[in-house]
Design a protein around this ligand. Structure first.
Ligand SMILES: C[S@@+](CC[C@H](N)C(=O)[O-])C[C@H]1O[C@@H](n2cnc3c(N)ncnc32)[C@H](O)[C@@H]1O
Length: 415
């Protein structure tokens, strides 16, 4: 089966990328954005000017590798990113992208993550495994191998397919397998295209409007979605079990708001019963309510350190950092009425913001700590704005902006 998976990614490197596009833009996403890694793996305390080793297991055409390498190069530290993939064709594209950017902090290797113990690569501070485990015959075995290569204070960023959001995909995979499992790729792609044109309106794939992305990227996308030889998906509960089986614990699910039932419900009687549930149970409930999570992205660390891995907004020394844009711009874009509205795949959620959301945001510049921001605000209010009141407002603001994946915490301006 691995040979078949390898052959697929040799023929159709995924996702399709043109190295020349590196001159125009950096593709950033999750997992493995450096701000997220610091927040969910290192408690916001990692100084990336210090040596840092990362492994990108199943690096594909390079999205995660290039983002991580560029972020680390921008910090100027002595980082090494090891890229590993079974597809030489995918590696060639990833390597060309690195060359375009003149990145020198990546070591490219062709091979299977299952061979990691024999490769003698040492251990890593961080491992990215995005969209790969669900293509292994034994995902738990693969994750255990990755966990064994992780430093005790390190962490992993994972992406696996989400079962509910992919409703319809596996029906069509089964149909296409029944029609032509062993024909040449061109024949199977042709049959897949014909099938998509003929689906009755009641078909679950036809009824799932959120499964378009793969269909927009040509043969590679169509093959990945409907003709894959080895592909499974996970509910949140199964993902948590998978992570636990490797001695790890989930520290963050991205984006957090999509994993909170309160993002979808407002009835007090329902919310009262949901509130006491633990985080993963709430997340599983949110997944079932929303029904639209096509992938699950999470960070995980060794279980022993899970309680201290996530940065906390009560620490006055923490520096709030925005993923994009300046604090002043963000404050300026706030809608009257003090709420933030987000949308994702057919759902919309509205989050109330605290009274001083604008003034606090306007002071977030990636350098000032919470103590600095409080001091500045308190001075403007003749000292009548005490730390506990500020901390309460900031926590509410952070609760919203972190939930929508726009704000993180860090102890160092270089992290
Ligand atoms: C869907 S792509 C994802 C690529 C990349 N991680 C991303 O998110 O853009 C899956 C990649 O995993 C690689 N892969 C599959 N099984 C692997 C294995 N056992 N060891 C290393 N790479 C593997 C494939 O060759 C392919 O490039």
């Amino acid at each position: 089966m691995t040979e078949r998976v390898r052959a697929q990614y040799e023929a159709y490197p995924y996702p399709p990328r043109d190295p020349r596009d590196e001159a125009k833009r950096l593709i950033e996403g999750s997992p493995s954005h450096l701000l997220e890694i610091n927040h969910y793996v290192f408690g916001g305390r990692r100084d990336f000017r210090q040596p840092f080793r990362a492994l990108v297991a199943g690096g594909g055409t390079g999205d995660g590798t290039i983002m991580l390498a560029q972020h680390l190069a921008d910090r100027g530290g002595p980082a090494e990113i090891v890229y590993l993939d079974i597809s030489a064709a995918a590696r060639a594209i990833a390597e060309a992208r690195a060359q375009q950017r003149k990145l020198t902090n990546i070591r490219f290797l062709t091979g299977s993550l299952l061979e990691l113990p024999a490769l003698g690569l040492g251990t890593f501070d961080y491992i990215d495994c995005c969209g790969v485990l669900h293509h292994l015959a034994d995902p738990a075995g693969g994750l255990a191998i990755l966990a064994a290569a992780l430093n005790d204070d390190g962490g992993i960023g994972l992406m696996v397919y989400g079962a509910l959001g992919r409703t319809g995909v596996y029906h069509l995979q089964a149909v296409l397998r029944a029609l032509a499992a062993d024909e040449p790729d061109a024949v199977r792609l042709d049959l897949a295209r014909r099938l998509l044109k003929q689906l009755p309106p009641t078909n679950w794939f036809a009824r799932n409007p959120f499964l378009q992305d793969h269909l927009k990227v040509g043969d590679a996308g169509l093959y990945d979605l409907l003709l894959h030889s080895q592909d499974r998906s996970y509910g949140v509960t199964e993902l948590a079990e998978l992570v636990t089986s490797a001695g790890l614990a989930i520290t963050g699910l991205i984006e957090p708001w999509r994993y909170e039932p309160a993002s979808y419900l407002s009835d007090g009687a329902l919310l009262k019963r949901i509130a006491p549930l633990e985080r993963i149970a709430r997340a599983a409930l949110a997944e079932r309510l929303a029904g639209n999570l096509k992938v699950h992205i999470c960070y995980a660390v060794k279980t022993a350190r899970a309680a201290t891995a996530v940065a906390q907004p009560q620490d006055p020394a923490m520096i709030p950092v925005l993923r994009e844009g300046s604090g002043a711009e963000t404050a300026g874009n706030l809608k009257p009425g003090g709420a933030l509205t987000v949308r994702a795949e057919g759902v919309e959620a509205r989050f109330a913001l605290p009274r001083r959301a604008g003034p606090i945001l306007a002071r977030i510049d990636g350098h000032r700590s919470l103590a600095d921001i409080h001091c500045d605000l308190a001075a403007g209010e003749s000292g009548r704005f005490e730390w506990p009141a500020f901390a309460e407002e900031f926590e509410r603001l952070f609760g919203v902006f972190n939930a929508v994946n726009k704000m993180f915490l860090s102890r160092d301006i270089n992290s």
